[in-house]
Write a protein that binds this ligand. Structure first.
Ligand code: GTR
Length: 326
């Protein structure tokens, strides 16, 4: 499935990449679970175009979309070990290796995408980046992943009670399993690429994600009921392998960092446009999007999840600072 964008930088990127392929002194492989045209893929392609231009064709970033290099958690590990050079992924997939991402993945922590920008673009973002370094990863840029909500193949969900006993796929992260427990539903953690067939065959009743993923993955075809409860706003990022990073001169590192930062500005714009386009598309194709949701009971139900994860004084301080950020 392709998402059409009118992005000229993306076209420029592929043209430049094709033209300069033979001149590359350094080729960096970058992984993404999403297909071509998706805002994250186009963001990294724009970064690639800028890097190529500013290094006179010396450094080429090759973007592998659609999980060609593996599912997200596997590609994160491969990036850690320098098997691949870069990965664009969700904070939700880093739980095992960058513990602070678990706190950043708590339900209803961010009140809006703007709030997540304010947090990540400030001092907290720098602290988080330092935590990625400890895991041999260089956080190059924060990307948007919007808000995640539940969708299923069975029935419209309008309250927590409606979730009772239903089975939802979550990302492979304990926070999300505990979140489902707290809502009285069952969590089935699995890689993204297995979700479509698992809904289709009834192994699970549904999953949870943002509109662009619900649309581009085809999940909307098999799970028509989408409830806009927006329980998670999970940041995403472009991360680079420390070993690949260390192989670059400091001048080249600066170029990569700046190009990544610029791509983040673009990605956020593309994201907003794609959210609107995907909502329109899935609605036209017959999805029932339930928007009239009282979120208060959902927010209140998360208390045990916070109790379990926000235990140390550092964690409490971080959560308090995030909440106080405007
Ligand atoms: C998407 C996100 C991916 C991946 C996926 C999932 O929204 O962009 O990085 O985390 O969700 O649910 O596995």
């Amino acid at each position: 499935m392709t998402i059409k964008t009118t992005l000229t930088t993306a076209l420029l990127a592929s043209t430049l990449l094709a033209g300069a392929a033979s001149a590359c002194e350094i080729t960096l492989r970058s992984s993404d679970t999403h297909p071509d045209g998706y805002p994250t893929v186009e963001g990294v392609k724009a970064m690639a175009a800028e890097v190529l231009e500013r290094t006179d064709g010396r450094i080429c970033i090759e973007v592998f979309p659609s999980s060609q290099l593996g599912e997200e958690k596997d590609t994160i590990e491969q990036t850690q070990f320098g098997v691949i050079d870069m990965v664009r992924a969700s904070f939700g997939s880093f739980n095992d290796i960058v513990p602070v991402t678990q706190l950043m993945s708590l339900p209803y922590l961010f009140t809006s995408v703007d709030h997540s920008h304010a947090v990540l673009d400030g001092p907290i973002g720098e602290e988080i980046a330092a935590d990625f370094e400890v895991a041999d990863l260089v956080a190059l840029a924060w990307y948007d992943g919007g808000a995640r909500s539940f969708y299923n193949s069975e029935r419209p969900i309008t309250s927590i009670e409606d979730l009772a006993g239903m089975k939802f796929r979550v990302m492979q992260n304990d926070v999300f399993v505990d979140m489902m427990d707290a809502l009285g539903a069952n969590a089935t953690p699995m890689p993204y690429g297995e979700v479509y067939s698992s809904i289709q065959t009834g192994v699970i009743d549904g999953a949870e994600n943002n509109f662009p993923s619900y649309d581009s993955s085809g999940h909307a075809e098999v799970a028509k009921y989408f409830t806009l409860d927006e329980h998670l706003i999970v940041p995403e990022l472009v991360a680079m392998s420390r070993s690949s990073w260390d192989n670059l001169s400091s001048e080249d590192q600066t170029v990569l960092r700046e190009a990544a930062q610029n791509s983040s500005v673009l990605q956020r714009e593309l994201w907003a446009a794609q959210e609107a386009a995907s909502l329109e598309k899935v609605t036209a194709a017959g999805s029932e999007v339930i928007t009239d949701i009282d979120k208060t009971p959902f927010i209140e139900a998360m208390a045990p999840v916070y109790q379990k994860y926000v235990t140390t004084p550092e964690a409490q301080d971080l959560v308090a600072r995030i909440r106080a950020t405007e």
